[in-house]
Design a protein around this ligand. Structure first.
Ligand code: ADP
Ligand code: ZN
Length: 722
């Protein structure tokens, strides 16, 4: 009879620890418990000792007692295996992996209701500037005192004061109320022959309840969503849960609308924008199995689904599935692992699959289903290049005459235009024309970017903002600052000058920062309250606007510079995706790509539409270079506020690199962003043959070394930034 339990304590950098299970308490692997650690009481998860070794074996007599067991279902074995796999593969502490999808302890325990607050509309007798600000910013928001205080940028005390005056009131929210059940027969469309063939295979996979990764490879507008909806319908009929992963919250809104049209109600949403009560309710319904379909961002992968029957990764090629902070993991790859452990089928949907995914298909590990044509009468758009050297825009302008003419004609036909430039703000660089001073971020190796809409200079890496000064801080001259190069806001100015009567909207994370803003944008497009959209990658995917027939890519070369091994692939994907917004209805679409290198292989592939030839050439050059998926990379980033310390430890790590056949270590050298958020960064790059266990080598290598706590060492397996 064992009265010990090994517990992975969350909110602790320590590995698993042993505890005594007091009389009358029963725990099993996966149980969520409350454990003492020093003076604190923390959440933990019980683990099998043989699967989670501890380096501090403690004698029975020195064990501390567990304090309690939380009354929620234990984390099931497949999820625990996923956590172990993720921690092992990405060299992350298992507790950090668990924490990505675990609400706080108060959220798990006890009460079935939460007290939230909202404004009543009453005006308090005594108004202060703070109270005024709070009421204005709270608007029709509802949430905990803390959440409202953060939203309004005031202290908790201000909100509490408003509660006393009656201007803000308490509301009880029931976090155990069930979610509506999606109806698989609600809005079932008639499928085309291709769509039906693909959906039948996916439905069979769902009913087989086995692991089966499948690439759903269909051109933009071919109806991939409708097809995987059939697989979701099958899972619902079986009473099993589905997880749909989307690359960005901005995409959730159009998705929710389409889901509702198909299934009669919204799915459960899981993303960082949820209030704590929403989070609690979702977590409980997911872990009980009541929530049948969850749509979410990356971290939804680690939720405790009671009986997962299907995983869909939509826009599976998107690089935003790669998390670059905390646990550095790739959600697409972890999704496939979750499917393996559950087991259940995994659908990767994309019009432009990543080379890594195509390679898995070529090796026979993933199945592939193709949808070769657009649905209904829609044709693929015609794509033309505009050679910026042969046909330059006018001086000080960025839109070439041929594109201007096409815009003119499109507007005359009462159709809509999208101009794409993947650069937020007005200009990427601002400098003083008198002395040449440039604005640099004080915390990062990056220029400050001027945002005219909000009249600020902003760093796109750390979020640092400054007012735009009237005089140059260096030479004190007035009115001498000039913008260099275009951002979307500058393009919008040019559009306004060219077409003063057209209604123009700028779509970036500055203007679409919430699902509600995304919904507003969709409604305005559908109501034709917008003629011309100027946007960043936020508008390249997911949206379906039948009246949008012209797409102009302002600078197709933008992503090609910079030495990233995925640069050409990413450019291809991005431009294919944005082109895919054109001509999705009955009216034909046209795409103009402005470029300085119309003969580059990626531009040729875009114009001829020969994706296969492009992918083959790219794959071949990756093979020759031993780059992924044929070889592996890992980045080791050493950072510290103390520049010398970062450098010293980076050198130490470099000197201690193991000598292994088939593995090379480059650096240390300053990381691509040599300074980020005030920390100096050095990087080593490990390049290894596929067959080597890089994780094991790095674990051994770093495990033997020590560094002061002011230095942080992070490992990025399969890095995306070079
Ligand atoms: P993709 O995800 O491949 O880009 P979508 O699923 O967005 O394509 O489909 C494009 C458009 O065609 C959507 O408006 C969708 O509702 C419509 N559509 C696709 N297939 C069908 C169908 N079988 N019946 C009705 N509408 C369809
Ligand atoms: Zn910065």
């Amino acid at each position: 009879m064992s009265s010990r339990a090994r517990v992975l304590v969350l909110n602790s950098a320590l590995g698993p620890l042993d505890y005594r299970v007091p009389h009358g308490m029963t725990v099993e692997p996966g149980s969520i418990v409350i454990a003492p650690l020093g003076p604190r009481q923390l959440l933990g998860v019980v683990w099998e000792p043989e699967r989670m070794p501890s380096d501090a074996e403690v004698g029975d007599n020195r064990l501390r007692n567990l304090i309690g067991v939380v009354d929620v279902p234990p984390l099931a074995d497949p999820l625990r295996r996923l956590i172990e796999w993720t921690a092992g593969y990405y060299l992350a502490p298992p507790a950090s992996v668990v924490r990505m999808a675990m609400p706080s302890s108060s959220a798990l325990e006890g009460a079935r209701t939460v007290t939230e607050y909202r404004a009543t509309g009453l005006v308090p007798d005594r108004m202060t500037p703070q109270r005024e600000q709070a009421l204005e910013r709270i608007g029709d928001r509802q949430g905990l005192i803390r959440e409202l205080a953060i939203a309004a940028d005031v202290s908790d005390a201000v909100i509490r004061g408003l509660v006393k005056t009656g201007a803000v009131e308490a509301v009880e929210v029931d976090i155990d109320s069930p979610y509506p059940l999606p109806d698989p027969g609600f809005g079932q469309p008639a499928l085309s022959a291709d769509q039906r063939a693909a959906s039948e295979v996916l439905v069979a996979n769902v009913t087989a309840r086995a692991f089966q990764p499948t690439l759903l490879d269909g051109v933009t507008g071919s109806g991939k969503t409708e097809v995987y909806f059939e697989a979701i319908a099958a899972a619902i009929r079986e009473g099993r849960q589905t997880l749909v992963l989307l690359p960005e919250i901005a995409l959730t809104e159009p998705f929710l609308q389409r889901f509702t049209a198909r299934f009669g109600c919204e799915p459960v949403a899981w993303h960082s924008g949820l209030r704590s009560s929403q989070r609690r309710r979702a977590w409980r319904a997911i872990s009980s199995g009541q929530a049948l379909v969850t749509v979410g961002a990356r971290s939804a992968l680690f939720l405790p689904y009671a009986n997962l029957g299907l995983i869909v990764v939509d826009e599976a090629h998107e690089t935003s599935f790669k998390q670059e902070e905390g646990v550095h993991y790739h959600a697409r790859d972890v999704a496939v692992m979750r499917g393996l452990f559950e087991p259940c089928p995994v659908i990767l949907a994309s019009a432009t699959p990543a080379i890594e995914t195509r390679q898995q298909v070529a090796l026979g590990r993933y199945a592939e289903l193709k949808l070769p044509g657009r649905w209904g009468a829609a044709e693929m758009p015609a794509i033309e290049a505009i050679d910026l050297i042969a046909e330059p825009p006018e001086r000080g302008r960025w839109i070439a005459p041929r594109l201007v003419r096409a815009m003119q004609e499109t507007l005359e036909r009462r159709e809509q235009v999208l101009l794409f430039l993947n650069r937020r703000g007005f200009a990427p660089l601002t400098l003083c024309r008198t002395c040449g001073h440039r604005f640099q971020c004080p915390n990062c190796t990056a220029w400050m970017v001027e945002h005219r809409l909000v009249r600020r200079l902003a760093c796109h890496h750390c979020g640092h903002i400054e007012q735009v000064p009237r005089t140059c801080p260096e030479c004190q001259n007035e009115d001498t600052l000039v913008p260099v190069g275009p951002g979307v806001e500058r393009i919008a100015d040019e559009v306004a000058a060219l077409f003063p009567d057209a209604k123009t909207a700028v779509v970036t994370s500055d203007t679409i920062w919430s699902p509600a803003k995304a919904a507003e944008f969709v409604h305005r497009m559908e109501a034709h309250d917008i003629d011309i959209v100027v946007g960043t990658q936020l508008v390249t995917k997911g949206y379906h606007f039948p009246n949008l027939t012209l797409v102009g890519v302002i600078d197709a070369d933008l992503g090609l510079n910079g030495g990233d091994l995925r640069a050409a692939e990413r450019t291809f994907q991005q431009i294919m995706q944005v082109s895919g917004r054109a001509g999705r209805g009955a009216k034909p679409g046209h795409v103009y790509i402005q470029t300085h290198s119309p003969t580059a292989p990626v531009m040729r592939a875009l114009i001829t539409g020969d994706a296969d030839a492009f992918y083959e050439a790219e794959t071949e050059s990756r093979r020759e270079a031993g780059a992924p998926p044929f070889g592996r990379f890992a980045g080791i980033v050493v950072s510290s506020e103390d520049k010398a310390a970062a450098h010293e430890i980076a050198l130490l790590i470099g000197r201690s690199a193991p000598r292994v056949e088939g593995m090379e270590v480059y650096g240390p050298a300053p990381a691509p962003l040599a300074m980020l958020r005030g920390r100096h960064r050095q990087r080593l790059l490990v390049h290894a043959r596929r067959a080597l266990d890089v994780q094991d080598l790095i674990r051994d290598w770093l495990g033997k070394l020590d560094w002061p706590s002011k230095v942080r060492v992070t490992v990025d397996i399969d890095p995306y930034s070079f």
